[in-house]
Design a protein around this ligand. Sequence first.
Ligand code: PHE
Ligand code: NA
Length: 454
Amino acid sequence: MNNRAQWGTRLGFILAACGSAIGLGNIWRFPATAYESGGGAFFIPYLIALLTAGIPLLIMEFSLGHKFRGSAPLTFSRMNKKAEWLGWWAVFVSFVISTYYGAIIAWAIMYAYFSFGQKWGTDTETFLYDFLGVSQVEAGQTGVFVPEVLIPILIVWAVVLFVLYKGVRKGIELANRIFIPTLAVIFLIIVIRAVTLDGAGAGLDAFFSPDFSRIWEGEVWVAAYGQIFFSLSIAFAIMITYSSYLDKKSDITGNAFIVGFGNSSFELLAGIGVFSALGYLATQMGEPVSEVVAGGVGLAFVIFPLIINEFPGMNGLFGFLFFASLVLAGMSSLISIVETYVAGFSEKFNISRSKAVIFGGGLAMLVSLIFATQGGLNFLDTADYFINQFGVAFIGLVEVIMIAWFLRKLGNIQEHANSVSSIKLGGWWKVSLGIITPLILGYMMFDLFKVNLL
Ligand code: PHE
Ligand code: NA
């Protein structure tokens, strides 16, 4: 392919890469993870993970995509014929994630609407189960689709497929140019409002007060590296694909630093906003903050509705802005995951982007409909568990070991990155990828198998 699509501008690429990185992981995963892993003390392993794994791997993936100019499978096979399967594995993991990420965004759309008038009532947990149709399953009722979930899922996929159909510049780049600045503005408004709430201080105290003894626990390091991998969309085939659309003259290392620190700044901001709001809720309920801390689905769809119920004025608007930020952050990530297999299929089978969007994206959309059924929530738990436990860390580990030790390509990649970048890579980069990252990811895998098998 000599006419490979390209980003319009450097900013366009940075926004798209940040759009992929900034997602549900920042808003609902990071705050609770940090809180449970030592609070303020978590920032030490977290920063080390960012500097020894996050940014180095981002530089590596950007260099690979930029140098070999292909989706992940094609890039790996151009590096070494025998490595193509690793790209397909990452694509497969991305495919699975995309099917449930789309469903979660669909729920957020409905909750943005429910915010006006707080249609979830006071028992927000029961409401969620009813909304998802879980209660019907428990009552032994059959019947397949839950229309309130089905319709927004179809809308989410329609938007994603349309964006991808429009291509790299007129689709992905344009969407991110709109989504990411809007997200930043909305999120700043939310955080500023949240920190001025009654009880915000108690929440921030809970979030930041450090428990340094935790630093000696392996678990905490596993949590830090896991968060960085998921949060930066590393080892998902995404960043390789996005960087394959870069201009020949691109500051690879500089871009990686901007995306890495941009994502972490957003994460920190989310932690501050979420814990301020949790502090407020705890104060209203007369309970300690620890009683209301949650992450994931529970935080967004059970606890946040409670916060919105208690909100001092303009509840509907605050709720709408919160769920809108989930939708925007989620959409820009979903676009990036689906692009991995759209690009992969179109190159492998030599078909046009439109056909790849229709077949690949269409297939994912159909699979995604599982989550619009009454058992959807259970599937989601299983899929999420499988992916987080055996997907990312494992691919990351195989990726670095293969490149650093089997193919011995770190030198070439470093040379390539240095030939175009403003910041020149030195020893820390090779040591991080060749030694530190494999050791820690290896330990993570060992830890996982221990937990699962023993
Ligand atoms: N990086 C995203 C987040 O923090 C998660 C994600 C992972 C998105 C993989 C797409 C692919 O939420
Ligand atoms: Na992220």
